[in-house]
Design a protein around this ligand. Structure first.
Ligand code: ATP
Length: 695
């Protein structure tokens, strides 16, 4: 479609102020979450729109329980004039092609005013005044840290952790994202191993095992350890992360690896099938992102690994680290680690011993944990109706790209399929005409990619000055990607801990950074959940984000009669939003394949929506989704019918006793790190199901 020729027939009703705040009577969808307060609500609707008698809610006793994915009742509510754009070009009286607008700004649910309780976030001081040379470290190690790695002073977590580990203690480390935990275990590990006599030989095999949840983190940790080992060339580090041919990994293991960094799955694979690994000399076990590794998806693998370790070596130093070591994990460590030293940096944390000490018993479960957030992280949330969610995301990306002269941004999605779909959609649609963006500016990272490509993307995004990385939670934990300015979450993560790790990819080591969480109206209560974890998020108005469209000339429209649009007019914003949505819809409906792809992506979204844990089900329930509206955020013009049937089938199955499949138990598995027999209490199929969805 030639952009210049595009003419939009949009209801030119007067728009009093921005996008109509308050006063409009609203159409409330049955079965949908409604804010309880009578506070003034914002609506993204045409001002003239009065709910027709048909659209008014029936009296409560007549309310029909609606199947979340049955779009029919909603179809009834759609006035004929609001028929969703069918994409066919129509001829206006002057013979110029025109496209009927979709009803993007009509019939949206109310956007509740966000009621944010005042939250005082926990803070951590990032740097200490102490230098690495204040510690009793090998002079070559100190020189490497100072000159090669350019780190004169220790961070607070390093100042507390390193001496405890040098003294031979087991340690539990909890400090905010980007505070230098890798060096906190890496430095004492290298210091200890360089002093082993007789000198360590490659053929000795592993002296230390570092477990991390993802391949990229394995690679990153390996790089840090490799730098620290520069003066001690006889100690060989190695990484196992899958993707590489098993045979060549096996050959490397046979040659000898003294510090082995691995994801649990790949390591177990070698323990079980290649039998090329032994732990007779193992002295260290380091579990980075311990809450993640000891929790969902990994417990079976970790159990088997620990059994193998425990059967071959008894005396070991154990280190558990994470920005979100919950009291549950602390309790677990209390019973399973040998008199662990507890490092917690956060100020005002009454439930934990401050600045080191033994962890106190905590009566509350992990859900009520509060964690420190980087001080210079500016957190925002926007509530956008489902129909406008995609346009809001796209406009935000375009706006930041323009305002910040090419931003470095990470956008999180809930599944691999969604990353693939939106990567293609955004990189095709946002790069046309005179858009400032190019398709190379969009990168993607998820667990279904070939390892070679995964590593390449990881390196590329690490080294680039600007770019938009679309990813799953595979990039949420531990990755230290320099100069990321924005973290965007296209939907909420399943826990406050995951939220913290996602936003923690920016504002690292005291730097500035910002985040945006995109929610739909029925999810606004999630901000309250975050507040309960002392996470303070400020509201960004969707209207303000959409006003960035005024800068996008590639979305300019010419009206019939050659009249130019008034750029200051909110109506112009709506027009451009509609042009953008139309471009998405045109792309999706350009072929049967792309339309099918969009449907599959939508299906994946609904599936992932069903995996929210029980404690969040009151906010994220698929019954509160309006399938027709959600479909718009996939560039679909209407809710797919067969999808509705398929999903209601799966819902029925769930209600026949299978709903647990997607409910993640909050329990932390009990893993006895020190003892040969390991007990795991958490049942796994549902977690595995989750892990496979989240990749
Ligand atoms: N003492 C130091 N001085 C300067 N920079 C440091 C120091 N220690 C670590 N860094 C740098 O800080 C960054 C963050 O470190 P690291 O990735 O270890 O943080 P983390 O606490 O493990 O974060 P996350 O919780 O997200 O995994 C890295 O770029 C690292 O090189």
């Amino acid at each position: 479609m030639g952009d210049e020729n595009l003419i939009l027939n949009i209801t030119q009703a007067p728009v009093p102020n921005s996008f109509q705040r308050g006063n409009n009577k609203s159409h409330k969808h049955p079965g949908k979450w409604q804010p309880k307060s009578k506070a003034v609500k914002r609506k993204c609707q045409e001002p003239s729109e009065e709910p027709s008698p048909k659209r008014r809610l029936p009296p409560p006793h007549q309310k029909k329980q609606r199947n979340a994915v049955d779009e029919k009742p909603y179809k009834k509510h759609e006035a004929p004039s609001e028929k969703i754009l069918d994409g066919k070009k129509e001829e206006n009286p002057k013979g110029r092609p025109a496209v009927k607008t979709s009803s993007l700004f009509k019939n949206n649910p109310e956007v509740p005013d966000i009621d944010r309780p005042a939250v005082k976030q926990l803070k951590e001081k990032v740097f200490s005044a102490d230098s690495f040379s204040d510690l009793d470290l090998h002079p070559h190690l100190v020189a490497t840290i100072k000159t090669v790695m350019n780190m004169p002073n220790m961070t607070s977590v390093q100042k507390l952790t390193i001496p405890a580990l040098l003294a031979g203690r087991d340690v539990l480390v909890r400090s905010q994202t980007g505070s230098g935990k890798t060096m906190a275990y890496g430095v004492p590990l290298v210091q200890a191993l360089q002093g082993v006599t007789p000198k360590i030989q490659r053929s000795d095999g592993p002296y230390a095992l570092v477990l991390v949840p993802t391949r990229e983190l394995a690679l990153q940790s390996f790089n840090t350890i490799q730098k620290l080992l520069k003066p001690f060339t006889w100690i060989v580090p190695g990484v196992l992360m899958g993707g590489e041919k098993r045979k060549s990994e096996k050959a490397r293991l046979r040659k000898g690896i003294n510090i082995l960094i691995s994801t649990p799955g790949r390591l177990l694979d070698h323990i079980k099938s290649t039998k090329s690994i032994h732990f007779t000399r193992a002295r260290w076990l380091i579990v980075d992102e311990a809450d993640r590794i000891l929790d969902m998806g990994f417990e079976k693998d970790v159990t088997a690994i620990l059994n193998a370790l425990n059967s071959q070596c008894q005396h070991r130093q154990n280190v558990l680290l994470s920005a979100t070591l919950s009291p549950g994990v602390t309790r677990l460590a209390d019973i399973s680690l040998n008199d662990p030293f507890n490092v917690t940096i956060a100020e005002d944390n009454s439930r934990e011993a401050k600045h080191g000490g033994k962890a106190k018993e905590d009566k509350k479960d992990s859900e009520s944990s509060c964690f420190a957030m980087p001080e210079k992280l500016h957190q925002h949330a926007v509530v956008a109706p489902s129909k406008l969610k995609l346009v809001t995301l796209a406009t935000f990306i375009l706006g930041k790209w323009k305002c910040e002269r090419k931003a470095k941004m990470i956008v999180f999605f809930p599944s691999c399929e969604l990353v693939e779909f939106y990567h293609t959609l955004l990189s095709k649609v946002l790069t046309v005409g005179d858009s400032a963006m190019g398709s190379d500016d969009f990168l993607r990272l998820h667990g279904n990619m070939e390892q070679e490509e995964r590593t390449e993307v990881f390196q590329q995004f690490t080294n680039c000055q600007a770019g938009i990385l679309l990813c799953t939670d595979v990039a949420a934990r531990g990755l230290d990607l320099p100069q990321v300015t924005w973290i965007v979450q296209y939907g909420a993560p399943a826990s406050a801990a995951e939220y913290i790790h996602r936003v923690g990819r920016t504002a690292r080591l005291g730097a500035q950074g910002s985040s945006l969480l995109i929610l739909i109206p029925s999810e606004a209560a999630y901000l309250q959940t975050l507040a309960e974890h002392k996470i303070s998020v400020s509201e960004m108005k969707m209207e303000d984000i959409l006003s960035n469209l005024l800068m996008e000339d590639f979305l300019k429209i010419k009206r019939a009669g050659g009249k130019k649009s008034d750029v200051a007019d909110p109506q112009t914003v709506r027009e451009r939003a509609t042009v953008l949505q139309t471009k998405f819809e045109d792309y999706v409906h350009a072929s049967a394949d792309t339309a099918l792809w969009a449907k599959k992506a939508l299906q994946s979204y609904i599936r992932s929506y069903a995996t929210y844990p029980k404690n969040l089900k009151h906010i994220f329930h698929i019954r509160s989704l309006h399938l027709g509206h959600v479909a718009k955020s996939f560039g679909l013009r209407d809710a797919p019918h067969n999808l509705s049937r398929q999903l209601s089938g799966s819902l029925n199955k769930q209600s026949k006793g299978k709903q647990k499949r997607f409910c993640l138990p909050a329990r932390i598995p009990t893993i006895q790190l020190l003892h040969p027999t390991i007990e795991i209490h958490a049942t796994s199929p549902e977690r595995e199901a989750f892990a496979s969805v989240a990749c």
